[in-house]
Every structure is written in C-alpha cells, then in structure tokens.
Design a protein around this ligand. Structure first.
Ligand SMILES: [Zn+2]
Ligand SMILES: [Zn+2]
Length: 124
C-alpha cells in the first residue's frame, strides 16, 4: 500500500496515513476521538435542531473545517452537515424564541455549549 501524506485536521502537521488511521495524526488521535464523540452526541441528542457544521464548530470551539473533516472521515454514522441552514429565519429552532437572522438564540446556544463541554470531558 502506498504511503499517503496527509495534513492533520487538528494541528495541521503532515503525517503519514496508514491503512486504518483517520484524519488526525497519532498525537491528535485522542483529541479527534473526543471531538468525534461530542459531535456525535450533539447530533444524536439534538437532531431536530438541524445544526450546521459552522454551528457545531462554534459550540465546540473548533473550526468548521475540523468538524467537516471529522464528519467526512465517515466512521461516524453522520449525515453530511448542511452548509446553510434550512430552518426558518428569525426563529430559534431550540425554543422558538425570536432571533435576528437564523440559528439558535443565546440561551439555547450557551446550554448546548455546556453540554458539549461535558461530552468532551467524558471522552478525554
Ligand atoms: Zn495532529
Ligand atoms: Zn432558543
């Protein structure tokens, strides 16, 4: 099998990908697993919110493209996340409160952020 040099999605260093390894270098593998677990839990528990990759990244404090890379890796049974939100503008999908633009209101956002932190801790 030819060696494949890929960029780690977390630390951006190049590493040699071997058959089974994913999008993170060996040093970041643990972190990637933790993020993966948190993303999966978030989407499992809040599938009805139709979160976008950008929102998931924001909630987890990581870049959107890291979310995309982890999701694309495909070990998660996740649907690709939409780039734009299909939701009703002006209404929070979590509680129905009026918001400017689309997406979650501040209260739902901070509640989800708290959940993300807890999920992440559980995996680290
Ligand atoms: Zn790395
Ligand atoms: Zn809300």
């Amino acid at each position: 099998m030819p060696l494949e040099l890929v960029e780690c999605c977390i630390c951006h260093k190049a590493f040699v990908r071997t058959g089974g390894s994913g999008v993170a270098c060996p040093r970041c593998q643990g972190e990637a697993e933790a993020l993966y677990g948190a993303i999966r839990a978030l989407l499992r528990d809040h599938g009805d919110l139709q979160l976008t990759a950008q929102e998931v990244g924001e909630l987890l404090g990581i870049e959107e493209r890291v979310v995309q890379a982890l999701v694309k890796e495909g070990r998660l049974e996740l649907q690709p996340l939409p780039d734009g939100s299909p939701r009703t503008a002006g209404v929070c999908p979590g509680c129905g409160a009026a918001v400017t633009g689309g997406g979650l209101c501040e209260r739902c956002r901070s509640a989800l952020r708290e959940e993300c932190r807890a999920h992440r801790r559980g995996f680290l």
